[in-house]
Design a protein around this ligand. Structure first.
Ligand SMILES: [Mg+2]
Length: 181
């Protein structure tokens, strides 16, 4: 792949979807209703419309993400969906990050322009760091580990509202461009 657009890997729960709004089926634990964090939907659509490749890297059940992305009109923005149910492992396993790369046809050389967005420092941030890609922590909910307890859990960038991603992404793309020039 060419160009200097960043490639976006993203978590879903408490990164795009507000987990406090999730309604699950009692029998299987599948989420069949949930709402987005304010600003998250618009931000992701804006990134998609500006030509960014977006991959979901999420822990949970495929059906849950099918339901909630459909309900929130976000199904079409993902070029790849990597969901723990399919792989039998959860983040921070590198298996999932590697699967997202493979599905997008990316190689080691592309790692410099991938960012992983997530809320959970143990899973999303440490997972990305060990895998060798940069991370952005959305500090929005306090439901999951969000305070780093070791250097590996410290995100490269931290934001408090999804909309802040847009400026961050353009800034990082500017830096990539200058590096290349
Ligand atoms: Mg999450």
């Amino acid at each position: 792949m060419t160009g200097q657009k960043l490639i976006i890997f993203t978590d879903i729960g408490d990164t795009i979807i507000d987990e406090s709004t999730e309604v699950r089926k009692v029998d299987k634990g599948v989420v069949y209703h949930a709402s987005c964090i304010p600003g998250a939907r618009e931000t992701m659509i804006s990134l998609y419309e500006s030509g960014h490749t977006i991959a979901m890297v999420a822990d949970g059940l495929k059906e849950s993400f099918r339901n909630t992305m459909e309900e929130n009109g976000l199904s079409y923005i993902f070029s790849a969906r990597v969901i723990s149910e399919e792989f039998g492992v959860e983040k921070p396993s590198s298996v999932l990050f590697q699967a997202a790369m493979d599905r997008l046809g990316l190689t080691e050389a592309d790692k410099g322009r991938i960012i992983m967005i997530g809320n959970n420092v143990e899973r999303d941030i440490a997972g990305a760091k060990r895998f060798g890609i940069r991370s952005v922590q959305l500090v929005w909910s306090k439901r999951h580990p969000f305070q780093p307890t070791c250097p590996e859990e410290e995100a490269d960038y931290r934001i408090h509202h999804p909309q802040e991603l847009l400026d961050l992404v353009s800034r990082l793309e500017g830096e990539l461009q200058r590096k290349k020039a």
